[in-house]
Write a protein that binds this ligand. Structure first.
Ligand code: FES
Length: 166
């Protein structure tokens, strides 16, 4: 058992939404719960989730590697996914990504040396008209990200982390 009792309780609530022979339907929700707690999905966590749900490990592995919101490698405390799909790329999405690369001193799929930020390329988030679009920690969508707004975002996340570690 690698997760907390609360995490397994949450997974139980997800499992309760599906008939007994449809337990694999809870894989996505269970992975999200596990990732929220662990920060990323290590192989042993995937196996634990599979065992807990009662599905073959490969079924969990497939879901974890298919959706880019799941991290099967370690990431920084904050993951910033910049949408670089075509509609956004044509409307300053690439520019926003380049700005963040310079600002954070990392390339896509890299983490800052202090472990605070991982920058990745995201897929369309359905807000193409509001490019540049990015999503922070798979949850918080930010739109129309000018350089000023990117500065404020990074600053805010840094301050939040300092507050937590103080
Ligand atoms: S292409 Fe970026 S949100 Fe749709």
């Amino acid at each position: 058992m690698l997760l907390s009792a609360q995490a397994y309780q949450k997974i139980d609530r997800e499992l309760a939404k599906f008939p007994a022979d449809q337990r694999q339907s809870a894989i996505m929700a269970a992975l999200a719960i596990a990732q929220e707690e662990k920060g990323w999905l290590a192989p042993e966590v995937l196996e634990d989730v599979a065992n807990y749900i009662g599905v073959p490990p490969i079924a969990v592995q497939e879901v974890a590697t298919f959706y880019n919101m799941f991290d099967t490698r370690p990431v920084g405390k904050h993951k910033i996914a910049v949408c670089t799909n075509l509609p956004c790329a044509l409307r300053d999405g690439e520019k926003a990504g380049d700005y963040l690369k310079r600002k954070l001193g990392v390339d896509y799929r890299e983490t800052t040396p202090d472990g605070l930020f991982t920058l990745v390329e995201g897929e369309c988030m359905g807000a193409c008209g509001d490019s540049p679009v990015l999503i922070v920690n798979n949850k918080h969508m930010c739109v129309r990200m000018t350089e000023e707004k990117l500065d404020a975002l990074v600053q805010g996340l840094k301050a939040q982390s300092q507050g937590e570690s103080a």
